[in-house]
Write a protein that binds this ligand. Structure first.
Ligand code: TRP
Length: 361
């Protein structure tokens, strides 16, 4: 069986370091690993509209930001099909059929949907489209016969629901769809990178993000104001590593090579952590290292972004071509789905012949 990836993001904002360590960096690795036959990355504008119906302009503006972020981190349109969800209407048709295979109470139990309903104060007035987005997500995945969905843990309930829909469909209509598996980030730091305030996950509404498109000056400023250890008052006082932002970010971004280059007094992060814990390392030293480490990662991303920004029509062309290719793939699956469900009336000459025989006098 072919190995196929599908994953995506809602275009509700620019992508930040949390997205980068949680999924983007991994996608590029998977793309370049040669282990997959096809890779689809989707900008989920239709899903974003399920709770932004009154603000389509926000989605329209952020769509290009997300596309630029994808291209600048190294998602390569020659290897990965980048497409826009709304430009593949076949996905809606699939969702319409899948809705019959899922109960309302099943969706109500979805913990991610529950949290989102609370966050958006939707308790009294959930848009039907929003409520159904997990079902539509099953369409996104199965339309491409995806075997692998790289995503964060919050997406696990969606993949689980997708597997249930696939099983139900295949049981009723015969083997047609492929059961996907989730591919989670490989370590805890990457799973949940805290914001620069050290509190919650990075999120635009909390204003605690470092964006992939931030300038070196912005990155420096944000790192320098990061939350560290409030009890670490002087360089010599013992410090705590846990919950200390610059150290958490170093966990996610640094390697031994960085130490040789930027802080050769230490062989690796553990040595620096040990010294900090004992006392004798200032926060400034740690932050300066982090700024260097982040710059090394972000500079090429920024440079690639700048190049694409100079040619925005070409970026839309990439999205158009990707959407056309995605549409062809989804249409092929939809043909199989319609045939399995026996609603392919006009393509079924036996049906027409047998009905004709039944009525012939
Ligand atoms: N729900 C995902 C998010 O909030 C976006 C998404 C839509 C997605 N369809 C998908 C992710 C299919 C993986 C697979 O970011």
């Amino acid at each position: 069986m072919e190995k196929i990836i599908l994953t995506g993001d809602r275009p509700t904002g620019k992508l930040h370091l949390g997205h980068y360590v949680g999924s983007l960096r991994r996608r590029v690795e998977l793309q370049n690993s040669g282990r997959f036959d096809k890779i689809f990355v989707m900008i989920a504008d239709a899903q974003a509209l399920t709770d932004n119906a009154d603000n389509p302009e926000k989605i329209r503006q952020n769509l290009i930001e997300v596309a630029l972020d994808y291209l600048s981190v190294g998602i390569d349109p020659a290897k990965t099909t980048i497409f826009i969800q709304s430009q593949v209407p076949e996905l809606c048709e699939l969702a319409f059929y899948y809705m019959n295979l899922v109960t309302v109470s099943r969706v109500q139990r979805n913990p991610t949907v529950k949290t989102e309903i609370k966050m958006r104060n939707f308790e009294q007035s959930i848009p039907v489209g929003f409520f159904c987005y997990p079902v539509s997500q099953a369409s996104d995945i199965t339309a491409f016969k995806a075997t692998t969905v790289p995503a964060g843990e919050d997406q696990a309930p969606m993949i689980e629901l997708t597997r249930e829909i696939v099983n139900r469909f295949n049981n009723i209509y015969g083997p047609t769809l492929v059961e996907p598996e989730i591919l989670l980030p490989d370590n805890a730091v990457c799973q949940r990178l805290p914001g620069t305030d050290g509190k919650a996950k990075m999120s635009k509404s909390l204003g605690n993000c470092i964006y992939l498109s931030d300038t070196p000056k912005e990155v420096k400023k944000k790192v320098n104001s990061m939350y560290t250890d409030p009890e670490h008052l002087t360089i010599d006082s013992p410090g705590h590593i846990e919950g200390n932002c610059p150290f958490i970010y170093l966990d996610a971004f640094s390697n031994d090579g960085h130490f040789a280059k930027y802080l050769p007094d230490y062989a690796n992060l553990q040595e620096l952590k040990d010294h900090y814990t004992r006392g004798g390392v200032g926060d400034g030293t740690v932050k300066k290292l982090l700024i260097n480490v982040l710059e090394e990662e972000l500079a090429p991303i920024r440079e690639r972004r700048r190049q694409y920004e100079q040619n925005i029509p070409a970026v839309y062309d990439i999205l158009r071509q990707g959407s056309e290719a995605a549409r062809a793939a989804a249409a092929a699956t939809l043909d199989e789905v319609r045939a399995a469900m026996r609603i392919n009336y006009f393509a079924d000459s036996d049906l027409i012949a047998s009905q004709a025989a039944r009525y012939r006098s």
